[in-house]
Design a binder for this molecule. Structure first.
Ligand code: PEP
Ligand code: CO
Length: 468
């Protein structure tokens, strides 16, 4: 279905180097940078072109309404969080959410983690001042360290290699869990989180989740009893990886040709995305990502216009291939109804093949009175619901959601059981506020409720594009 593209003729893994680059990092020691990049280039890839190709096919199916796309994880992954319990809990939450969404949407869910490489962060300012001191901002564990002192904030190229090791360890553990019994949809009891039984999780939420898994398990047993092979599609649990492709040094070093697949693959991750701050048409990031075979995500904030979007699609997907582009809109609750329609209309009018995903987190960040960054559960849900409405209004469909979440019992977002006063209890994010376990599960139920309201629209879409 998704035939790999021929690499663009005027592109190479280095053709971004002379172009203007937003969010670029100064490495004071050029020789050390060259050594780190050489080491990364020689190390084996983290993912394979086969896996990347399979994700492309699944994204193509999601574009046709036959799968739903769930992308989630930390805002900033940290090396310190490369731990069995944290990784397992994050997978558990995503598995539980996917069960809820499968049940509501009646289709398989593509699970994509923001992990095994989500170590680089764009910043609103390259410098941070505290008192009379000014230092480079913290750009994520891939670049420097969060402590506010000169040595910690210096960009250190050895961290590129450290990031690779941590991504490899994470991925190794995710793959082992995936190939064992852990993620068998027939046994959802394996993914119960200990605090699911705690008093702070409402009985109603516990009961709803138990009912959902029971219904799904019964349906799966019934399908296998009938010899229905499509059940395998639901029970086989894959996790794909994704991260913002901010550091082109890191991405380019792991970009290579493969013997059996034409073109170049960025093998740090299955799905790299271009952030809202680095999507300039003539900039280095768009140049780099236009040449690789991976599916590519692009974040679209409220300043995006229909005209600019079409030009971006021309650059990133000139052949209008299936499975290539994931458009992740992050407009904010207050702006989505105004800013999204023109983009959806332009894509519909021009027949562009994209997967529309809503990121209801990044346009909804607010500061509390005490200066903490937070997000309100109701704003997040509202942006998703409004996105469903906008798409349906134009004969399009929202194909997935992109959430910042964790399996830990943190207190970073308000609503869904937490008040502003609770935020101090366990605010642990290195960057943006994440949904905790309970808020994430509740969000999945609420999104599922919205999905069940439009099954006919989705069925129609799937039917009309069959065979593409
Ligand atoms: C992010 O996803 O953490 C992020 C920085 O998003 P955006 O580029 O949409 O601001
Ligand atoms: Co974020």
């Amino acid at each position: 279905m998704s035939v790999p593209r021929q690499p663009p003729r005027d592109w190479s893994p280095d053709s971004w180097r002379d172009l203007p680059r937003s969010q670029s990092v100064e490495y004071p020691d050029g020789a050390a940078l060259a050594r780190a990049v050489a080491q990364l280039s020689a190390l084996p890839p983290l993912v394979t072109p086969w896996e990347v190709g399979r994700l492309r096919s699944e994204i193509a199916e999601a574009q046709q309404g036959r799968r739903f796309f769930l992308q989630g994880g930390d805002c900033a992954e940290s090396f310190a969080d490369c731990r069995a319990d944290i990784i397992t809990n994050r997978l558990k939450v995503m598995l539980q959410m996917s069960v809820v969404l499968i049940q509501a949407g009646r289709r398989p869910v593509v699970r994509v983690g923001r992990f095994a490489g989500q170590y680089a962060k764009p910043r609103s300012s390259p410098l941070e001042s505290r008192g009379s001191a000014t230092l480079p901002s913290y750009f994520g564990d891939l670049v420097n360290q969060p402590e506010f002192d000169a040595a910690a904030r210096r960009a250190d190229p050895r961290l590129l290699v450290e990031a690779y090791w941590h991504a490899a360890l994470t991925l190794n553990f995710v793959r082992s869990l995936g190939s064992g019994g852990f993620s068998d949809l027939h046994h959802p009891e394996y993914w119960d989180l200990s605090f699911m039984d705690g008093d702070d999780v409402a009985d109603e939420l516990k009961q709803r989740y138990r009912d959902t898994t029971r219904q799904l398990t019964e349906a799966l047993r019934f399908m296998s009893a009938l010899g229905e092979t499509r059940g395998g599609d639901l029970t086989r649990v894959d996790f794909y990886t994704s991260h913002e492709g901010l550091s082109l040094e890191y991405e380019a070093a792991q970009t290579r040709e493969s013997d059996h697949h034409p073109g170049h693959y960025d093998l740090t991750t299955h799905l790299p995305w271009i952030g809202e701050r680095t999507r300039q048409l003539d900039g280095a990031h768009v140049e780099f990502f236009r040449g690789i075979e991976n599916p590519v995500g692009v974040k679209l904030g409220p300043s995006m216009t229909a005209d600019e979007l079409l030009r971006l699609l021309d650059r990133l997907n000139p052949e209008n291939d299936w499975g290539r582009l994931v458009l992740i809109t992050r407009m904010g609750r207050a702006q989505v109804a105004e800013r999204l329609p023109q983009l959806v209309q332009a894509v519909q009018r021009e027949g562009r093949r994209v997967l529309w995903v809503s990121d209801p987190m990044h346009g909804n960040t607010i500061a509390t009175q005490s200066g903490l960054k937070t997000r309100d559960f109701d704003d997040i849900l509202s942006e998703v619901e409004q996105s469903f409405d906008v798409h349906e209004g134009f004969g399009s469909a929202l194909g997935g959601v992109h959430l910042e979440l964790t399996g830990e019992d943190v207190t970073e977002c308000v609503g869904g059981g937490l008040s502003e006063a609770d935020l101090a209890i366990n605010y642990a994010s290195l960057c943006d506020p994440r949904l905790n376990y309970r808020q994430a599960l509740e969000m999945a139920f609420r999104i599922g409720e919205r999905m069940t309201k439009s099954p006919s629209a989705l069925g129609k879409l799937a039917g009309s594009r069959e065979g593409g």
